[in-house]
Each structure stands twice: as structure tokens, then as C-alpha cells.
Design a protein around this ligand. Structure first.
Ligand SMILES: Cc1cc2nc3c(=O)[nH]c(=O)nc-3n(C[C@H](O)[C@H](O)[C@H](O)COP(=O)(O)O)c2cc1C
Length: 310
């Protein structure tokens, strides 16, 4: 079973991925970049700089693109193939953010099979690239995939990653596993499952529930428990001390890189604090509050010292 790290905008950026690869053993088989998009008619500079970061050298990385139409798709694919060595590209058909969906990006494309058919044609012009798709079941109803799957099935894809929710649910609520099963059975592409994997036992459960899966992708679960993939590979849960020790080393590395990369306390803290977003619920209230409220680096580091000592 291959295990993949999901893209999370604002979280799984180069600094985090690099530090994770340094601290944890084999880690995920692949990381996916948060989506790279077009801004003012051009591939966004910040996204392309993230892709060119030397920090990406220690882990296997696949760029992900988010686009509204064939024109944006072509711009992004051309920018990646002409300016980088990446030859795998993941296509975002799942972003549920309403302004993007309304413009037809992310999950918005699930309602536009004609535009996807145009993109399928363009893919023929890039035989050097291995494409994959990351998608949801629909925008508002969990059977909308039925209308769009024929065109996705016709694309030359390495795999399809499916988050079995609809865009209207954002990131919570029921997982439509019956639709997921039906969709998996009806596609020739290898399928990767994505959604609510939080523990090694969750990986085992999903793997046995869906034995034909090519892989499992985890996002928030990996941020909350960065040892998740290593624990599963080792076939044993780490002790709380082992997990805490590795987590604090991960944090130190991320903090070091943030201090080197960004200027000024405010910006450094803005980049650093999200490290805790998915971990906070497992911390005691006082520590969580002190981390959230810290406005200077000394106050922040003091708050961090009490993680695990409660
Ligand atoms: C804050 C946040 C940012 C995300 N950014 C992206 C993104 O850039 N590209 C993408 O395909 N999915 C993105 N996702 C969706 C995740 O990759 C994943 O599909 C989703 O969180 C469900 O998996 P999980 O339950 O393992 O987290 C994002 C999710 C969250 C919560």
C-alpha cells in the first residue's frame, strides 16, 4: 500500500515537507504541492518559487495545479515543464472554496465535462508528463461523478485520488463510501483514497475495506500526527514520548527555517503558528491558548516549552 501526503495550502509547503523528511524515516511515498494557480494571467510567482525551492530535494514531490479552463491548464503545464524538472502533475478537481468553485476551478470543473474534454485533448500534447487527478464526488450531490467520469476515464492518468465528499461539505460531514466504491469499480485508473485518515488503524481499516486501492492519502491526519506513516510502516504505534520527541524536533527544524526565510517577528509567527493548528485539540487548554495568543517570538517559544509537560 502506497501512502501519500495530501496537499494543504498554507501547511505542507517546502519548509514543512523538508523538515518532515529530515526528522521522520521513509515518510510518505510522495508529497503533493498545494495547488499552483494562475494569477493575473500568469502562473503565480510565489507558487513557482515554492516549486523551485532547494528544500524540495529530500522528498519525492509532485506539483499540483488548479485551473479554470484549458487555457489556464496549458499555461501551468507549460510553465512547469519549461522551467522545472518535474514530469508528474496532479490536477485539482476538488477544491471546495466557493469563490473558486463559482469561477469553475477545483471542484467547479466537476460540473464542466466539456471543458475537461478539451483538457483531455491538450494532454496529448504533453506525452512527457504523467498526469493524475484529485477529485471529489461532486459539487452538491454525491452522484455527480457519474456525469464527469467518462471524460476522466478517457484521460491518460497514473491514478485518481478521491475524497468521498462533495464540495458543499468542505472538509467535514459524512463520507459517501458507497459512491466511492461504485466509482472505484467503474474506473480503469488506479484509485487512491483520501479523507479522515487519522491513525495507523484507519489506514488498515480503509485498506481492508477497499482491497483494490493503489494507495491512501492523508492530509490533516499527518499534520496532527506527523509520525502516522512511519508508525504504520513499522507496524506499531509509537509511545507518547517517542511521538512528542519527534514532533518537537520537527518543530525546531521548521522554526529554524522560518527564521532564516522570513523577516520580522510578525511574519515568522504567521508562518510558524499554523504548525499547531491540527495539533492544538490534543494539547491542554492553557498551552493551546498561550500558543495562539503569542505575539512575540520569546512568548511563542515559552508557550511551546510546555507542550507535552502538562
Ligand atoms: C487548509 C487546507 C488546505 C488544502 N489545500 C489543498 C490544496 O492545495 N490542494 C488540494 O488538492 N487539496 C487541498 N486540501 C484538501 C486536502 O488535500 C484533503 O483532500 C482533505 O483535507 C481531506 O483529507 P484529510 O481528511 O486527510 O485531511 C486542503 C485542505 C485543507 C483543510
Amino acid at each position: 500500500m502506497h501512502l501519500y501526503a495530501a496537499p494543504l495550502q498554507g501547511y505542507t509547503e517546502a519548509i514543512y515537507r523538508n523538515a518532515h523528511a529530515e526528522i521522520y524515516g521513509d515518510g510518505p511515498d510522495r508529497w503533493y504541492t498545494p495547488f499552483i494557480r494562475v494569477e493575473h494571467g500568469e502562473p503565480r510567482g510565489r507558487d513557482m518559487r515554492q516549486l523551485a525551492s532547494p528544500l524540495n530535494a529530500n522528498h519525492r514531490l509532485v506539483p499540483q495545479i488548479m485551473f479554470r479552463d484549458a487555457d489556464e491548464w496549458e499555461k501551468l503545464v507549460t510553465a512547469i515543464t519549461e522551467t522545472t524538472d518535474y514530469r508528474e502533475i496532479d490536477m485539482n478537481l476538488g477544491c471546495p472554496f466557493p469563490p473558486q468553485v463559482r469561477k469553475g476551478r477545483g471542484a467547479g470543473l466537476l460540473g464542466r465535462p466539456d471543458e475537461l474534454a478539451r483538457i483531455a485533448e491538450l494532454m496529448k500534447g504533453h506525452p512527457e508528463v504523467t498526469f493524475s487527478v484529485k477529485m471529489r464526488l461532486g459539487i452538491t450531490a454525491p452522484d455527480e461523478w457519474k456525469a464527469v467520469m467518462p471524460v476522466i476515464n478517457s484521460m491518460p492518468l497514473a491514478h485518481v485520488t478521491i475524497h468521498p465528499r462533495v464540495a458543499a461539505q468542505q472538509y467535514g460531514g459524512e463520507l459517501y463510501l458507497d459512491d466511492f466504491r461504485e466509482m472505484t469499480a467503474g474506473t480503469p485508473h488506479p484509485v487512491i483514497y483520501n479523507g479522515d485518515i487519522a491513525t495507523p488503524a484507519d489506514i488498515d481499516r480503509v485498506a481492508s475495506q477497499f482491497p483494490t486501492l493503489a494507495g491512501i492519502m492523508t492530509g490533516r491526519g499527518l499534520l496532527a500526527r506527523p509520525s502516522l506513516v512511519d508508525e504504520w510502516r513499522e507496524g506499531r504505534e509509537w509511545t507518547p514520548d517517542e511521538r512528542l520527541d519527534a514532533l518537537m524536533r520537527l518543530h525546531s527544524r521548521v522554526a529554524e527555517q522560518c527564521e532564516q526565510t522570513y523577516q520580522g517577528e510578525t511574519q515568522i509567527l504567521a508562518k510558524l503558528k499554523p504548525f499547531w493548528d491540527y495539533i492544538l485539540p490534543s494539547l491542554d487548554r492553557r498551552t493551546a491558548k498561550a500558543i495562539k495568543k503569542a505575539v512575540t517570538l520569546p512568548a511563542y517559544y515559552r508557550a511551546i516549552e510546555s507542550v507535552g509537560s502538562e
